[in-house]
Design a protein around this ligand. Structure first.
Ligand code: SOE
Length: 400
């Protein structure tokens, strides 16, 4: 924040983004429209975008509204017109870029999961702590916290409307890996993605469980499986070649699905299922939370709705009721459309940009912080360790 164009206009915050695929496009949308929707003390400016392929990054800059394009993220960080670096690359480059950006005096937004390993997440969190002392902020992009209905669920839980929590049940199901001929992209390679459905989808629901409950998971027991162990290589790729004749195939080195149970500090129990093999389920992130005074249920595929059961009401007339989370006093809704005029997936990125910009302008710690991202990473590591050890897995006896 940093440049003031005129006395009347708010100061600007130059944003530089690294990466321009799905998440780059989604974050771009957020940066592009945030100051047209919310009245912000600081106006983000899409200063520059970086990617390795010169013509592709130039095309992405034009398409998504970035003023300049760079082919090396180091050059992006070095730019004077960039005060915030938004990292939308695969997990294997998060740590290097984030630490370099923070050390160069930039604020950082980093896509989830924070890193591929706990060690990387620890280094990033240490860099964020050092940067905080110099006034720079770091946030991790768990965008589903910013669905208004999810944010409202947190508000109801924090207000005590559910009382003590007993069970938290989370599933996150997609189906884009059902086809065994789907190619071996970076998301299926451990060295690039860290893990599979676990880090990609499980990270979201672990973060949401901890955010909604307001406390961390303290232990887990897990199962994980890779159902399709070899997939066609992408054109041009050569590592891990196998097969003869037809398409060359490579080894899938991450999980296709992970199931785990966990315990929160308060003693509440949580269950999780993350898979990219659930045919028919496109982006089904669902939860149900039961407390001593009531329950909440949510489905991302109906993201403007929150189901609430108030168990203190007379039994005869109580039951789950649907709250349409589009009222002006629901989270984030004051700036959008009249009640009933629904929001969607993309709006979570606008809300994410708003929350980070407001934190920067006010000097408040953003949330989720890198420390929150590290906590999620620790849970993912514990899940992998438990699944590898088959720690609490007991085979059901087969019939004689
Ligand atoms: C792919 O599975 C993916 O894009 C995730 O990486 C995102 O985090 C999730 O929000 C949607 O699905």
């Amino acid at each position: 924040m940093e440049h003031r164009d005129s006395e009347a206009a708010p100061p600007t915050l130059g944003v530089g983004m690294v990466g321009y695929s799905f998440m780059g496009a989604a974050h771009s949308q957020g940066w592009r429209n945030v100051s047209r929707v919310f009245d912000l003390p600081v106006r983000p400016v899409l200063a520059a975008i970086a990617g390795r392929d010169a013509s592709a990054v130039r095309a992405a800059a034009d398409k998504h509204g970035w003023a300049a394009a760079e082919t090396d993220w180091r050059d992006l960080i070095a730019r004077d017109d960039v005060q915030l670096v938004d990292i939308c690359t695969p997990g294997d480059s998060h740590a290097e870029i984030a630490v370099a950006a923070l050390e160069a005096g930039k604020h950082v937004l980093c896509e989830k999961p924070l890193a591929n390993t706990v060690a990387e997440a620890e280094a990033m969190t240490a860099a964020a702590t050092r940067a905080r002392a110099r006034g720079q902020l770091a946030m991790v992009g768990f965008n589903y916290r910013r669905v208004p209905a999810v944010s409202y669920a947190r508000r109801l839980i924090a207000e005590g409307r559910l009382g003590a929590l007993r069970h938290l049940r989370f599933i996150y199901l997609q189906d884009w890996l059902v086809d065994p001929e789907f190619p071996l992209t970076w998301r299926l390679q451990r060295e690039h993605a860290g893990s599979g459905a676990l880090g990609d989808l499980g990270a979201h629901i672990v973060d949401l469980a901890q955010f909604l409950a307001g406390e961390p998971l303290v232990g887990v027991s897990a199962l994980a499986e890779t159902f399709v162990r070899e997939r066609p290589l992408l054109a041009g790729a050569s590592a891990g070649l196998s097969g003869s004749g037809g398409t060359a195939r490579g080894t899938v080195t991450v999980d296709d699905a992970a199931l785990f149970n966990g315990r929160l500090g308060s003693g509440a129990l949580a269950s999780f299922e993350a898979t990219r093999m659930a045919s028919g389920r496109k982006n089904a992130l669902r939860f149900e939370i039961n407390g001593e005074l009531g329950s909440l249920a949510f489905d991302l595929e109906r993201l403007n709705e929150l189901s609430f059961h108030d168990h203190t009401e007379p039994a005869a007339s109580s039951g789950f009721r649907r709250i349409l989370v589009t009222e002006a006093d629901h989270p984030y809704l004051e700036a959008w459309w009249p009640p009933g005029h629904a929001l969607g997936y993309e709006h979570t990125f606008t809300h994410q940009a708003r929350d980070l910009v407001e934190a920067i302008a006010s000097g408040r710690d953003p949330d989720p912080s890198f420390a929150d991202g590290l906590q999620v990473q620790r849970v993912l590591a514990a899940v992998e360790e438990s699944a590898e050890k088959n720690a609490v897995y007991t085979p059901v006896q087969a019939e004689d």
